[in-house]
Design a protein around this ligand. Structure first.
Ligand code: MG
Length: 157
């Protein structure tokens, strides 16, 4: 077995779509970044790369590379899924937390889990996504950012 952990944070700004786990969430702000800034997908990318000891998302998709400007983070995730499956790793399960003060993410969790499961080639039951507020504390709590944590477990094929 191998375990991997991932974390990411992005600023919330006006004039951007809010994309979490590949799902567009209706909100008056979105996450700022070079790609679509899908903070959840980025945390999962880093968890998968971490479990395989293959570096991090920045080393695979540098934010200085114009090829990744506006990129769908699910495409980046699909590429990483390919890398790990080529090496014979198999995902047992994934658990994630999205830290967001607003909007309420609970109604969107089923769609996010389905979206991620499809890219990860997993059953929805293998993909857990939880949402938490930051109780008004720090950047997430002030509504200035969203963050995500992800943990993944690989099992022998
Ligand atoms: Mg990121």
């Amino acid at each position: 077995m191998r375990i991997g952990i991932g974390y990411d944070i992005h600023r919330l700004v006006e004039g951007r779509k809010l994309i979490l786990g590949g799902v567009e969430i209706p909100f008056d702000k979105g996450l700022f970044g070079h790609s679509d800034a899908d903070v959840l997908a980025h945390a999962i990318c880093d968890a998968l790369l971490g479990a395989a000891a293959l570096g991090d998302i920045g080393s695979h998709f540098p934010d200085t590379d114009p090829r990744f400007a506006g990129a769908s983070s699910l495409d980046l995730l699909a590429h990483i899924v390919e890398l790990i499956s080529e090496r014979g790793y198999k995902i047992a399960n994934l658990d994630c937390i999205v830290m967001a003060e607003r909007p309420k993410l609970k109604p969107h969790i089923p769609a996010i889990r389905e979206s991620l499961a499809a890219v990860l080639r997993l059953e929805v039951e293998q993909v857990s996504v939880k949402a938490k507020t930051s109780e008004g504390l720090e950047a997430v709590g002030r509504g200035e950012a969203m963050a995500a944590h992800a943990v993944v477990l690989f099992v022998a094929n």
